[in-house]
Ligand binder design. Structure first.
Ligand code: UD1
Ligand code: MG
Length: 453
């Protein structure tokens, strides 16, 4: 934290992103399960004295909503005509005029930037610079603004379209992120004109203006990976690779066992307890937490799910949004869950669909059990009591409640509630399993009976 200094971060996100060839605004495309914009907003300074603004395009309500979702304190401004990055910054003029100590400009399509890098730029301001520009050595500088440095001082940024051959040979490039002395910023940015090949107001011209005013502009260097800008789907995929590598490393550093890290996909918000193991080829989407000692077996796909301590999931499990697994729950192969709370010790070991359901502790859901939650119009709930036993290949037609300790014979189609401890065998042909059901119940009763009775 650059203590004692106030900041305003402006994130530019008004671009159309035509090269993405998508109807979704560019900054809403996801990396590691979250929008590009959300990554930038998470890295931007926050807390006391830190304010935040996002500049969006004229029809970008969805972008403004996404910004608010991640940062309730954000102000949004609309840039009606896209006339360049300096013009975009000035869309937020009224908030710049309030005069934070540090004015930070970031791009909504540069999602890999870290909070530490914003701090490094701010540190340069604290040391007296009027402008700190984030630079990097580009493997291929084509398309980027070139940072022109003379005698160790940044003198100008030259956009590709305006550069001469010797300037084009420069590989030190502008990442796009800048920090201004917030009390001088407005005067500097208002001086920027549009006398260039594109007729746009380039924020990058601020460097030459700062120099002409006799103030200091500096370069803070970072790695190319941190400042990859996303303009195409190919670049989106590259950013995903970089982000996944970071997330896997962070998980390993935190003690998660990843047997083949490069085959596991994580989300930016995945949280892990101690001694979690994830086998190869697992895909984790947003909103997943995995508690101590849980094991995720291969080929599982998990989204918006909380996994309890020592639970075991998969192989080949699909846990959909709203799934919550208690301690020691076992979810086996080819099981799908959705909006399902499955309490401690319950087992759903094979080939089941458990949706809109509450499953009590230690219940046993046999292979092929289906909660028939949808009647074609609305969704209904299935409740399964603690310790209930659902025989294989049963259909539980919701809304329905299976009582605590109840027994459902295999192959049943249950359309009415089954009381606690009751036995239900609902099928056309009755078989020898009724005897099994009785014996099972007697056994449970015995186990429950007081020892000295
Ligand atoms: C910009 C920089 C370039 C730098 C590169 C890094 C300028 C003039 N050039 O070029 O030096 O190397 O980024 O990626 O700043 N935007 C608006 N409104 C506008 C124009 C742009 O909101 O009128 C937003 C875009 O949505 C985007 C960002 O500003 O998030 C950058 O604009 P873009 O057109 O991508 O600039 P580049 O040509 O990449
Ligand atoms: Mg760009």
């Amino acid at each position: 934290m650059t203590t004692g200094r106030t900041s305003l971060t402006i994130v530019l996100a008004a671009g159309e992103g035509t090269r993405m060839r998508s109807s979704l605004p560019k900054v809403l495309h996801p990396v590691a399960g979250r929008s590009l914009l959300s990554h930038v907003l998470s890295a931007a300074p926050r807390g006391t004295g830190a304010s935040l603004a996002v500049v969006v395009g004229p029809d970008h309500h969805a972008v403004a909503d996404e910004a608010k979702r991640y940062r309730g304190d954000v102000e949004t401004f609309v840039q009606r005509d896209r006339m360049g990055t300096a013009h975009a910054v000035l869309a937020a003029r009224e908030t710049i005029a309030r005069g934070a100590d540090d004015l930070i400009i970031a791009f909504g399509d540069t999602p890999l930037i870290s909070a530490a890098t914003f701090e490094r730029l701010r540190e340069a301001l604290k040391q007296g610079a009027a402008l700190a520009v984030l630079g990097f050595r580009a493997a291929d500088p084509t398309g980027y603004g070139r940072l022109l440095v003379e005698g160790g001082r940044l003198t100008a940024i030259r956009e590709q379209a305006d550069a001469n051959p010797s300037e084009l040979a420069v590989t030190l490039c502008n990442a796009g992120v800048m920090a201004f002395d917030g009390h001088k910023a407005l005067a500097i940015i208002e001086k920027i004109g549009n006398a260039n090949s594109k007729g746009e107001y380039y924020l990058t011209d601020a460097v030459a203006i700062v120099r002409d005013l006799g103030l200091e502009a500096v370069v803070i260097e970072t790695s190319e990976n941190e400042v990859r800008g996303i303009n195409t789907k190919a670049q989106l995929a590259e950013a995903e690779q970089v982000m996944q590598a970071r997330l896997r490393k962070a998980a390993l550093d935190a003690g998660v066992t990843l047997i083949a890290p490069e085959t596991v996909y994580l989300a930016a918000d995945t949280s892990f307890g101690k001694d979690v193991t994830i086998e190869p080829f697992v895909v984790i989407g947003p909103g997943v937490s995995i508690a101590d000692g849980a094991v995720i077996h291969s080929f599982s796909h998990i989204v918006e799910t909380s996994i309890g301590k020592k639970a075991s999931v998969g192989p080949y499990a699909r846990l959909r949004p709203g799934t919550s697994l208690g301690e020691g729950v076992r979810i086996g192969n080819f099981v799908e869950t959705k909006a399902a709370t499955i309490e401690a010790g319950a087992k759903v070991n094979h080939l089941s669909y458990v949706g809109d359901a509450q499953v009590g502790a230690n219940a046993n859901i046999g292979a092929g059990t289906i909660t028939c939650n949808y009647d074609g119009i609305s969704k209904h709930k299935t409740e399964i009591g603690e310790g209930a036993f659902i025989g294989t290949n049963s259909s539980l037609v919701a809304p329905v409640r299976i009582g605590k300790g109840a027994y459902v014979g295999s192959g049943s189609v249950i359309t009415r509630d089954v009381p606690d401890e009751a036995m239900a065998v609902e099928r056309n042909q009755q078989t020898n399993r009724e005897g099994g059901a009785k014996r099972y119940r007697e056994m449970k009763m015995k186990a429950k009976a007081p020892k000295d009775a």
